[in-house]
Write a protein that binds this ligand. Sequence first.
Ligand code: FMN
Length: 267
Amino acid sequence: MILYFSATGNSRYVATVLAQALGEQTLVDLRPYMKGGAAPLTITLSAGETLGFVFPVHSWGMPKYLAEVFTNMSIKGYVAGENYTYMLSTCGDDVGYLPKQWNRVMQKVGIATDAAFSVSMPNTYVLFPGFDVDAPAVSDRKLADAPAAVRRIADRIVAREKGDFTHRGSVPALKTNVIYPLFVRYATSDKSFRADADACIGCGQCVQSCPVGNITLTRRNPGKEDKYMPEWQGRCLTCMACYHYCPTHAIGYGSKTKGKHFYTCPL
Ligand SMILES: Cc1cc2nc3c(=O)[nH]c(=O)nc-3n(C[C@H](O)[C@H](O)[C@H](O)COP(=O)(O)O)c2cc1C
C-alpha cells in the first residue's frame, strides 16, 4: 500500500511510477484526510505487506497537517519486522532531517520505520526571497531523471533494504530543527493571498486544488455584474497549489510572488 500526499503533482507522479515499478495496486490519496474535521484514516495491512508514505518536503520537514493525519490514523494488521515501512519524499534540493521527524511521528502510532528515500523534482516554493521555480532546462532534466531514480528506489524496497537513503543536504539540524518550526509558525499564513480582480475568472480551480479545503468562492458585486472570487479561510500550509494551478495566474502572495514563475507537474 502506498499513501501519498501531493499539492502540485510531483509526489502524485512519483507515487504512480513507484506503484507501477512495485506492481502495487493500492494508492491512497491523503488530501481528503487533510481537510479540517475529516474522518481519520483507517488502513488494514495484509501479512508482510509493504507500507509506503510518499509526500513532498516542506521547509525540511513534513507538510503542515500531514503529521496529524499520520498520528490520528488507525492501522490494522501491522506487525513490526514483518511489514516493511518506508517514506519517499520529493524535494527540489534536499530534505534535511525529515526522516528523523517522520520516524518520531511513526513511533507515536507504533510503526517501526525501515527506510527513507528522496527524489529530486522541480521546485514549487516561491515565497522566500531568491526562491523561484526551476528554470525550464533544470525542471525538464529533473522530470527526465525521476523515473529511473524511482525504479532504483523500488529495487531497494523489493530487497527490503533498511536505512536513510535521502539527500540530506548541508546543515540538516539547523534546517529541520530550527528553520522548520519557525516556518510552520510564521510562514504558513494565508493572509497575503489575493486574486487579481481583473485576471480572476471565478473558475474555482483554486478551490479544487487546495488540499485542505481552505478556499471558498465568494460572490462579489452583488446586484451589479456577478463575480465570484476566492477567499482563503485561515487553514493554510502554503503548498502553493492555488497559486500554481490558477489558469490565469491571477493569484499572488503580496510582493513575495512579484516576478515569480509557475509550475505544476505535467506528467
Ligand atoms: C512550502 C514548501 C516548502 C518547500 N521546502 C522544500 C525544502 O525544504 N527542500 C526542498 O528541497 N524542496 C522544498 N520544496 C519543494 C517541494 O518539496 C518539491 O517541489 C516537491 O516535489 C513538491 O511536491 P508536490 O508537487 O507533490 O506538492 C518546498 C515546497 C513548498 C511548497
